[in-house]
Design a protein around this ligand. Structure first.
Ligand SMILES: [Fe+2]
Ligand SMILES: [Fe+2]
Length: 400
């Protein structure tokens, strides 16, 4: 199974991953033979890449971090929780209300009464254990295969960025209790968006200064919503509050600074150390949030190629992201994930294209590749090259 640009899909290829539409109903089911109509419908929905199975790439196995079953279960839970919370605030949005009146409503007795001991959050909290169990034996951040549609972006982004944050937090040896708090925080980190005008959230054009300011309010609303809710807690509420804060103080909403340090041996103690600084789980969440948002398809831009996202995170160390955490994160993140379409940049195969076939755990950024097309896009006899040994002088780039 490989990831392909919709322009390169031809009728007859089998769909590798189920795609979900509005209300998380199945839009196209894994395994179906793709038709011309499907391709047109994917394009109409703004979907840029999908996973497909074809003969030459049938031997490429893209790993799953969590099973489809648990992924779907968590996404549905997040949808239900979002809907339940937004129902409590029907008719209340930035379109017709001020920031202060929204915060007042969130903190009103009426809301607290209807939502305080809510069954949805309790259920979400219970299901998180399955989620964490599946992530516990994963070592590498490869195989985030969700193809996010605009309809489901917020929910799929919440689940996928939770997966990224959990795998990362596990690598940092945070204890299970912290993992749970990070999971709930990440699943609900953008809940404040329920008050933001959908037209702004889905806008294709560049946002005005005023619209940007409105979007930035989502972290404050999210914090106000979560801070007193049962089954949520301090860490999760602060993930909603601080996931857009940057190390150099240029983030929002408070412009808090980070420490740019990380103590591996004191990791479970340092969450609450300094009120003027970003808490560690929010620093973890910030990296996971940025990563997942970059690789996703958005109304205003296509997905950013994976190797470029890798460099953006690397370059954001110290100013945007905790530089010590970035070091650990990049250790988990293959620059060229399995199943990604790549182009050869130099040597005898310059301009040829193919796919990442498998990873070398000891040399994560030098994978094994399979070349399938020449520089005139003509099919060739497949050539498999290990970039960590015989192909060590070859450079590649992700196509999508
Ligand atoms: Fe956000
Ligand atoms: Fe986010």
């Amino acid at each position: 199974m490989i990831r392909k640009h919709v322009n390169n899909i031809t009728p007859g290829m089998a769909l590798g991953k189920t795609i979900y539409g509005d209300n998380y109903a199945i839009l196209l089911k894994k395994g179906i033979a793709i038709t011309q109509d499907h391709i047109l419908s994917l394009k109409r929905r703004g979907i840029v890449c999908v996973y497909v199975e074809e003969e030459d790439t049938a031997d490429i196995e893209t790993p799953e971090i969590v099973s489809e079953k648990v992924h779907t279960m968590m996404t549905k839970r997040v949808i239900i929780t979002y809907k339940k919370i937004s129902d409590s605030f029907k008719d209340l949005s930035m379109k017709g209300s001020t920031c202060e009146s929204i915060i007042n409503s969130i903190n009103s007795e009426k809301f607290k009464k209807t939502f305080h001991q809510n069954i949805e959050l309790k259920q979400l909290n219970n299901d998180i254990s399955f989620f964490i169990d599946e992530i516990m034996d994963r070592e590498v951040l490869a195989g985030l295969n969700t193809i996010k549609t605009h309809d489901n972006y917020t929910y799929e982004h919440s689940v996928d960025s939770a997966i990224v944050a959990l795998l990362f937090a596990k690598r940092l040896r945070l204890d299970r209790n912290k993992l749970k708090q990070i999971a709930i925080g990440k699943l609900l980190h953008d809940i404040g968006n329920i008050f933001i005008d959908m037209e702004i959230l889905n806008k294709r054009e560049k946002l005005s200064e005023h619209e940007n300011e409105q979007i930035k309010k989502h972290s404050v609303f999210g914090y106000e919503l979560l801070k007193d809710l049962e089954h949520v807690g301090f860490v999760a509420a602060h993930i909603a509050y601080q996931h857009h804060e940057w190390q150099d103080g240029s983030g929002y909403p408070l412009g808090l600074k980070g420490s740019n340090t990380f103590d591996f041996y004191n990791v479970n103690e340092i969450c609450y150390s300094d009120e003027a600084k970003i808490i560690l789980p929010a620093e973890i969440a910030a990296i996971a949030d940025f990563y997942d948002a970059c690789v996703a398809n958005r109304p205003f831009r296509p997905p950013i190629p994976h190797d470029i996202v890798y460099e953006l995170i690397k370059n954001g160390a110290e100013t945007h992201f905790n530089k010590e955490l970035v070091r650990y994160f990049l250790d988990l993140l293959p620059k060229y994930p399995v199943g990604t379409e790549i182009k050869i940049k130099n040597g005898a195969y310059e301009g040829f294209t193919g796919f990442v076939f498998s990873l070398n755990r000891d040399s994560l950024n030098r994978p094994v590749i399979k070349i399938l097309y020449d520089n005139n896009k003509k099919k060739i006899n497949p050539v498999v090259i290990d970039l960590s040994s015989v192909g060590r002088n070859i450079t590649i780039q992700c196509i999508f």
